[in-house]
Design a protein around this ligand. Structure first.
Ligand code: ADP
Length: 454
């Protein structure tokens, strides 16, 4: 096992990793920016190192500063958490060159699954369902037109290197397709330095369902069943649950197994999530693979009892996965609400500033992952998530009731949060009946439906 793990992240995920590391007997080093110097999670780390000013580009995204912090503090591994450098293959490579274990996949596996075209090819080989469309990058507009004719409009042009919704264009006509191809390529070239784009079928009404996978360095890969993340706003997940309600178990089983096969074939070590859209006839189509731990991992932990973060550390240290696929069972139902410091009544305006009141709920089946406490000042520099409220119960109905009760107990002030919105969402008919698609929250809020993340 590692002696000392450096955590290249902040907030609730830094605290989550500190807890896992401590249970495994590892010391922790937390890097922090000047804006985070009073971050309560830093008190829990064994060592802390300031790596620069508040803006992420000058601190949490600075590979050179993080590596030198690891070297001077004698860390033998780095956990990137999510966001920042977590899916940066170059960072994983620099770690390897410096003899520091990157807690996550090899740079090769990350690149293979991070590129949407090579990922699609991996999926095809593993029998993971993908969207119909072009298999390779498309340069010639005539080729795109032919693909669209074969699969039928609407189609979506997507960047191979895409992320954050950039380099995506929906096309309902040939004209839109030709325009979309050119503009998506331009946008992708500017954003990612890689202008490769491809065309696939665009699904109008879909649910977002994803499969949590874990792989080790001994060729083992398993899945921890699925999560439903259909409740989103502008492609930002708001509520996640596990398992995905109302999905045919046989369909689900096949999709989960194929996701694990894909991870195995990629010689993947660590936590990965294979994301899908599911149409109304329960056809699954792979969207992409996230090569890191995700915000919503606790719902999977609740229903399987597997500690996803500890497992990711263990496998990085060369240990085999603790459990085989046969030993993984689903128990009950879990729901997570993301508590964002945003004002839903004012266009989700971020709410940085002093948190005076912060009274978290408790009780059976209630978990709160947060770095916030009364007196904490939310810096304006980072994303607005200040915590996650997770509940677990025997059934989905019980979990909804437990969530409602937990939210009513959760007091935050004077800053506004998404908690009151969550209470409304979990009580509304589309959610209760899980008769929803990825735009249901926007419809409820009567917001225009965006076509891609901004
Ligand atoms: P990014 O990596 O940029 O986030 P994704 O491939 O994850 O891109 O897609 C982002 C979002 O765009 C998805 O969550 C989904 O809502 C929408 N999307 C992407 N591809 C399709 C598709 N083929 N049909 C319908 N919606 C899609």
């Amino acid at each position: 096992m590692f002696e000392r793990i450096l955590i290249a992240n902040r907030g609730e995920i830094a605290l989550r990793i500190i807890r896992a590391a401590r249970e495994l007997g590892c010391e922790t080093v937390c890097v922090f920016s000047q804006a985070d110097r009073d971050g309560p999670w830093l008190e829990q780390a064994d060592h802390t190192v300031c790596i620069g000013p508040g803006p992420s580009a000058e601190s949490y995204l600075r590979i050179d500063r993080i590596i030198s912090a690891a070297e001077t503090s004698h860390a033998d591994a780095i956990h990137p958490g999510y966001g920042f450098l977590a899916e940066n293959a170059q960072f994983a490579e620099v770690c390897r060159d410096c003899n520091i274990e990157f807690i996550g996949p090899s740079p090769e596996a990350m690149a293979l699954l991070g590129d949407k075209i090579s990922c699609k090819n991996m999926a095809r080989e593993a029998g993971t369902p993908i969207f119909p469309g072009s298999h390779d990058a498309i340069e010639d507009p005539n080729e795109a037109i032919q693909v669209a004719k074969d699969i039928g409009y609407p189609v979506i042009v997507k960047a191979a290197a895409g992320g954050g919704g950039r380099g995506m264009r929906i096309a309902r006509t040939e004209e839109e397709l030709v325009d979309g191809l050119a503009s998506a390529r331009q946008e992708a070239e500017a954003a990612f330095g890689n202008g490769a784009v491809y065309v696939e079928k665009f699904l109008e009404h879909a649910r977002h369902i994803e499969v949590q996978c874990l792989g080790d360095k001994h060729g083992n890969a398993i899945h921890l069943f699925n999560r439903d993340c259909t409740s989103q706003r502008r492609h930002q997940k708001l509520i996640e649950e596990a398992p995905a309600p109302g999905v045919d178990p046989a369909v689900c089983d096949g999709v989960c197994k194929s996701a694990a096969a894909m991870i195995r074939n990629a010689r993947y070590s660590g936590a990965a999530t294979v994301e899908f859209l599911m149409d109304r006839d329960q056809n699954f189509y792979m969207l992409e693979v996230n090569t890191r731990v995700q915000v919503e991992h606790p719902v999977t932990e609740a229903i399987t009892g597997v500690d996803v973060v500890k497992e990711s550390i263990r496998v990085a240290a060369g240990e085999p996965l603790l459990k085989s696929q046969d030993e993984i069972e689903v128990r009950g139902h879990a729901i997570e609400c993301r508590v964002n410091a945003e004002d839903p009544d004012r266009g989700f305006m971020p709410q940085p500033g002093l948190v005076e009141e912060f009274n978290v709920p408790g009780g059976m089946g209630v978990r709160v992952d947060t770095h916030v406490r009364p007196g904490y000042r939310i810096p304006p520099n980072y994303d607005s998530m200040i915590g996650k409220l997770i509940v677990h119960a025997d059934t989905r109905t019980d979990a909804i009731a437990r969530m409602d009760s937990a939210i009513s107990e959760f007091r935050v002030g004077p800053i506004k949060t998404t908690l009151p919105l969550h209470r409304r969402l979990i009580a509304s008919e589309p959610f209760v009946k899980h008769d929803f698609d990825i735009h249901w929250v926007e419809r409820l809020l009567e917001e225009p439906e965006p076509v891609a993340a901004d």
